[in-house]
Write a protein that binds this ligand. Structure first.
Ligand code: HEM
Length: 216
């Protein structure tokens, strides 16, 4: 399997996760030019000296379709995420050198999210302003639970198909938890369910459930 940069990056969303020290969740959406790509990933640049603009860069890569496989020449969405674990935003690059943004590169373009002087992330990074503290958005929303939020996303046909094909049940918490890497991977890549990918909002909810510790 070979990993390559994807065609284009469309959107970057950053969320500070409520933890101590906080972690920064980066979710990125992009496009590939054929079917068959999988495992979208953000590979983080490592710098010998901190970049002058204070922006952390990533390449958006994914696994190419297997050589010789039949692929459709269509633009397809792909998603990747990265977590900067336990970071100190205000001193990310060293004492007094805050993280000022995130940039993601694809083959045809790049996108940058700047934590500029007006953004909440800037206030968090510099320790200034009323918004300093854990991320509000994550605070306001209780972690999703399997019974209320996740199980209803699976249709009868999904449950039946995967019970027949794989022997585990998408409507059983322990089964989903035990196969979470595969299931998450398929859903994000849009290769499962086989009759069409989930809407992005459902994929986001599923990921939020994982990040929230997979509550029952
Ligand atoms: C580890 C994760 C998964 C693996 C390895 C997997 C693999 C497979 C395989 C090999 C098939 C039979 C061949 C095919 O029709 O493509 C299949 C069928 C199916 N899977 Fe999955 N699957 C996974 C997760 C899921 C999830 C999360 C859903 C729903 C959200 C899902 C929904 C379906 C459906 C609806 C079918 C029947 C397709 C049809 O015959 O129309 N699968 N899966």
């Amino acid at each position: 399997m070979s990993s390559s940069k994807i065609y284009a990056v469309d959107d970057i969303e950053t969320t500070l996760l409520k933890s101590n020290p906080p972690s920064l969740l980066i979710i990125c959406l992009g496009r590939v030019t054929t079917s068959g790509w999988s495992n979208g990933e953000l590979s983080q640049y490592v710098y010998l000296t901190p970049p002058a603009d204070g922006i952390q860069e990533f390449d958006f890569t994914a696994t190419r379709p297997v050589a010789g496989s039949i692929v459709l020449p269509v633009l397809r969405p792909i998603r990747a995420e990265a977590v900067l674990d336990g970071i100190d935003l205000a001193n990310y690059w060293g004492p007094g050198l805050p993280l000022r943004g995130v940039r993601v590169f694809a083959v045809s373009n790049s996108k940058t999210v700047s934590f500029d002087a007006t953004s909440k992330m800037h206030n968090l990074a510099t320790g200034q302003g009323v918004a300093a503290g854990p991320s509000r958005t994550m605070d306001a929303m209780p972690a999703p639970s399997f019974e209320t939020d996740i199980k209803p996303l699976f249709r009868k046909k999904d449950i039946n198909a995967m019970k027949a094909v794989a022997g585990w049940r998408l409507d059983v918490y322990e089964d989903v938890k035990a196969n979470i890497e595969g299931i998450g991977g398929e859903i994000r890549a849009g290769s499962m369910p086989c009759d069409g990918p989930w809407p992005q909002s459902d994929i986001d909810l599923f990921d939020k459930w994982i990040k929230g510790g997979m509550q029952a």
